[in-house]
Design a protein around this ligand. Structure first.
Ligand SMILES: [Zn+2]
Ligand SMILES: [Zn+2]
Length: 266
C-alpha cells in the first residue's frame, strides 16, 4: 500500500496515441523532476472493432505500451501506474473488465469524448452540441461509471466546452452527474488540458467554473490532472489547476495504491 499523496498526475498521454508526443521514459524523467510521488499513464484505449481508431494506438501495441511503463517504472523514485482512458461502449464492458481483473492495468479512467447516436457519433471538440446531445452525454457517462470499472471521471464537464449556455438543461445534467459521483464515491477530474487551450471570452474551454461551483456546493470530491499530450504540458497547467480548485473551494480526493490498484482517500 502506498500512502495517499498530493504529488500526482494520473492523466498522461504519450506518442502511443498518435496525437501526442514524448516517450514513456521522457515523461517519467519529467515527472521525477517535478518530484511527483504517483505518476499514471492513461493512454486512449483502442477498442476491439477499431472505433475511434484515428486517435488511438493499434490493438497489437497494447502489450508494448504496458511493458514499456512497467520497465520504465521499476527504477524510479515514484510509483508509476499503467492505465487507460476509455471511451466506454456497453458492448465492450467485458473487454474493459478483462484488463482490470487480469491485472494488466492498475486503473481505468472514464471519458466521454463522443456522444453516440444510432448511426454516428458527435464530439464536443468538433461539433455543436444539441440539448439531446447533452442528455445523451449524461446517460453515457453515468452508464459507464455504474459499471464500477472506472477509478475516476475525466473532464466531466467536457460537454460544456461546446454547449456553452448554462441553462436549465446544463444545470440539471450537471447535478445528475455530480450526484452520481458523490453517491458512488468517484472523484471528478479538474482537467488541465482545457486550461491551456485558447480561452472562450475570459473563460477556459473547460473546466467550466459554473459546473465546478455546483460540484463544490453539492460536496463532490475532485482530483486534478494535466491530461498532457506533450512533455512540457505535464507541468504547464499545474499552477492553474491548484488555483482553480482553491477558488472553487472543492474538496479533494487523494490517490493511493491499495493491493496494486489505484484508489482514493476522501
Ligand atoms: Zn488525447
Ligand atoms: Zn486524456
Amino acid at each position: 500500500m502506498i500512502k495517499s499523496t498530493d504529488r500526482y498526475n494520473l492523466h498522461t498521454h504519450s506518442f502511443y496515441c498518435r496525437h501526442g508526443h514524448g516517450t514513456i521514459k521522457e515523461y517519467c524523467d519529467e515527472a521525477e523532476r517535478l518530484s511527483l510521488e504517483l505518476f499514471g499513464f492513461s493512454e486512449h484505449m483502442p477498442l476491439p472493432d477499431g472505433s475511434f481508431g484515428r486517435t488511438r494506438m493499434h490493438n497489437d501495441e497494447i502489450p508494448l505500451y504496458l511493458e514499456d511503463i512497467e520497465r520504465e517504472g521499476k527504477s524510479r523514485s515514484m510509483t508509476v501506474l499503467r492505465g487507460f482512458e476509455c471511451d466506454y461502449l456497453p458492448r465492450f464492458r467485458d473487454y474493459f473488465r478483462y484488463y482490470l481483473e487480469e491485472e494488466k492495468v492498475d486503473y481505468l479512467v472514464n471519458a466521454v469524448h463522443f456522444v453516440q447516436h444510432k448511426d454516428r457519433c458527435v464530439s464536443p471538440f468538433e461539433d455543436r452540441m444539441s440539448v439531446d446531445d447533452v442528455y445523451r452525454y449524461r446517460d453515457q457517462l453515468i452508464e459507464a461509471l455504474d459499471t464500477g470499472l472506472f477509478a475516476f471521471q475525466a473532464h466531466p464537464d467536457l460537454i460544456f466546452a461546446s454547449y456553452r449556455s448554462w441553462d436549465k438543461v446544463a444545470e440539471a445534467v450537471s447535478r445528475d452527474i455530480i450526484q452520481f459521483a458523490i453517491d458512488h464515491r468517484i472523484p471528478l477530474e479538474v482537467n488541465g488540458n482545457g486550461m491551456i487551450k485558447p480561452k472562450i471570452g475570459d473563460e477556459y474551454q473547460y473546466p467550466r467554473r459554473v459546473f465546478w461551483s455546483l460540484a463544490s456546493e453539492m460536496g463532490a470530491y475532485c482530483i486534478r490532472n494535466s491530461d498532457c499530450h506533450e512533455i512540457e504540458n505535464l507541468a504547464k497547467s499545474r499552477g492553474m489547476q491548484e488555483e482553480f480548485v482553491n477558488q472553487c473551494r472543492l474538496k479533494r480526493a487523494y490517490p493511493l495504491v491499495r493491493s496494486g490498484r489505484l484508489g482514493f482517500q476522501f
